[in-house]
Design a protein around this ligand. Structure first.
Ligand code: AKG
Ligand code: FE2
Length: 374
């Protein structure tokens, strides 16, 4: 089975050849290459945050009814915030300390751990950058497998401490993700016995995952900038921790962009493309983006969780039957990463069963890859 790192490498995306920005030196002037709208354009209107009072559900993991609540949130939003999940706060402060230490390093130091042109792990711009003509106001550090060789470059003295934090964080996320999988599947009427790789106790041991450490520096012209452009995750699910600075938004049908403000000790859980497929389209993989602000740096840590890279993912047979055709072809994560690299936000449509396209609405179908700010 290819490792996740090899799977990504098999399906490269090519970044524009801009030299990596030093955001410290961009605090005084705002380059046009980062401007997603014209000054005072009409787009500003669409671009501003939605004033909706509808908010993303907050779910208590200890609630006896958690599986139903999760099911409802997944169906209507594709995203929810989780509290009372049992992860010690110290793990969040530690990983946020690591983010601060990493992104505060001088650029020349960070570049020692720069992503190689065909690689995924390390420091650089978000991988999705290649699909957009404008640059994003963010920096990203991707961790696959062990960060040891990269952290040795960043912190020749202190690498061990940061490796340990990442290891603990990943272990905690892996456990939580397995529990979430069981609840999410249960909400669909699927048991762990229905998923071959779940293992006898639903520990999902073969799961693959990546960690994104994201930094969104303060920005002199936040209304025209974009921290991270609209995308869905190619995962089963993603578990995100954000520091206490807002910026994350999700697209809600009929509502527009809805902010997901940080909740102390809370985690954002969102459905990814593979769970959308597995649920036969019942649970939307939510489109999300990140806005920036003038005065405060935002950090987030995204745990991108998926199946073994060679396991076929297809609509579960319990969700397919008379009057409910299977909407998607079977696809491995490895193959899906190839579709994503080629079609980006239309990748889900690319794996739809062709006879199901007519007359059925795909949540991502109207999201084109073009530059769009709305
Ligand atoms: O920074 C965030 O809140 C979102 C990050 C994200 O969407 C990602 O890493 O895929
Ligand atoms: Fe994401």
């Amino acid at each position: 089975m290819p490792s996740l790192s090899e799977a990504f490498q098999d399906h490269p995306v090519y970044l524009h050849h801009h030299k990596h920005p030093d955001f410290n030196s961009l605090q005084q002037q705002f380059p046009e290459s980062y401007a997603w709208t014209q000054p005072d354009s009409d787009h500003h209107h669409h671009y501003s945050d939605n004033t909706t009072t509808n908010t993303v559900p907050v779910i208590d993991f200890k609630d006896p009814n958690a599986s139903n609540l999760i099911g409802h949130a997944c169906k209507t939003w594709g995203v929810f915030q989780l509290v009372n999940h049992g992860i010690p706060i110290k793990l969040f402060t530690d990983i946020q300390t690591a983010c601060l230490a990493l992104f505060s390093l001088p650029l020349h130091q960070k570049l020692k751990a720069a992503r190689s042109p065909d690689g995924v792990a390390g420091y650089g711009r978000a991988r999705i950058s290649s699909f957009f003509p404008k640059l994003m106001w963010s920096e990203c550090f991707t961790i696959l497998d062990s960060p040891l060789h990269l952290f040795l470059q960043l912190w020749p003295q202190e690498y061990a401490k940061y490796c340990e934090i990442v290891k603990e964080y990943e272990a905690a996320m892996k456990k939580l993700a397995a529990k979430l999988m069981c609840l999410v599947l249960a909400s669909l009427g699927i048991s762990k016995e229905d998923i071959k790789w779940a293992g006898p106790r639903g520990e999902f041991n073969g799961a693959c995952a990546a960690l994104h450490l994201n930094s969104y520096p303060s920005c002199p012209d936040p209304d025209r900038a974009m921290g991270l452009a609209a995308h869905t995750d190619s995962t089963l699910l993603t578990i995100l921790h954000q520091n206490n600075v807002s910026g994350l938004q999700v697209l809600k049908d009929g509502e527009g962009w809805v902010a997901l403000p940080p909740l102390a000790g809370g985690l954002v859980i969102n459905i990814g493309d593979l769970l959308h497929i597995l649920s036969n389209g019942l649970y939307p993989s939510v489109l999300h983006r990140v806005r920036v602000n003038r005065s405060r740096q935002r950090f987030s840590v995204a745990y991108l969780y998926g199946p073994p890279t060679n396991v076929e993912i297809s609509p579960n047979e319990k969700l397919v039957g008379p009057g409910r055709p299977s909407l998607f072809q079977s696809v491995t994560w490895n193959e899906y990463l190839g579709k994503k690299a080629k079609h980006f936000n239309k990748a889900l449509s690319a794996v739809r069963v062709s006879s199901s396209i007519n007359g059925l609405f795909d949540v991502n179908e109207d999201q084109n890859n073009d530059f769009q700010v709305g």
